[in-house]
Write a new protein. Structure first.
Length: 190
């Protein structure tokens, strides 16, 4: 196998969403176009997070190598003319709004796009596990006419999921913010 030339390595082992993406943005900003950044992370969610971030911003996600639980992401910085401004999904619902609707007895379609282990340790009651890395393949199982509330740990991964669903014709999507990290209401656990 040919060795990939890397201009900079970013250590993100032990960090959870959104930190690998936040640190990647900062590192890429300090690099020259065409240079390759290697991001080393242990968060399985970083696979979908960094691919999605690169796609949304115009940088090239070169590839991924996994070695002993460390995900080595390779991202090439794009020329300024090829980059895109990162957009935030405009339609949101707060944790309190979701809880109020659940308390009122409403049946909500809540998609939890965190990794299965995160979901197992605590989720909004009734939420459906649909990890971001599987969303593209499994979104055909969802009805695009339904209303969906998308949640993750901090609102970043769910933001990406909302954008992906909207691009595929889903019209009634809301990003739940600030997400499970600040969810203070009842949770289901496995």
């Amino acid at each position: 196998m040919t060795a990939l030339h890397v201009d900079r390595t970013l250590e993100c082992e032990g960090l959870a969403c959104p930190l690998p993406v936040v640190r990647t943005k900062k590192a890429i900003d300090d690099m020259n176009p065409g240079e390759v950044l290697e991001v080393r992370a242990t968060d399985k969610g970083s696979v979908a997070d960094l691919k999605g971030w690169a796609s949304r911003t115009g940088h090239q996600y070169v590839g991924l190598k996994e070695e002993n639980g460390i995900y080595r992401h390779f991202i090439r910085k794009a020329e300024a003319s090829r980059t895109k401004a990162e957009m935030k999904f405009p339609h949101t619902a707060t944790n309190a709004e979701i809880q109020a609707r659940v308390d009122a007895g409403e049946k909500l379609n809540i998609l939890d796009v965190r990794e299965p282990a995160e979901y197992a340790f605590g989720r909004i009651p009734g939420a459906i596990s649909l990890p971001l890395g599987e969303l593209e393949v499994k979104m055909t199982q969802l009805d695009p006419n339904n209303e969906y509330y998308v949640v993750c740990r901090t609102g970043n991964r769910s933001d990406m999921a909302c954008q992906m669903l909207t691009e595929q014709g889903f019209k009634r999507i809301k990003n739940v913010t600030p997400g499970m990290l600040q969810w203070v209401h009842d949770v289901e656990k496995d």
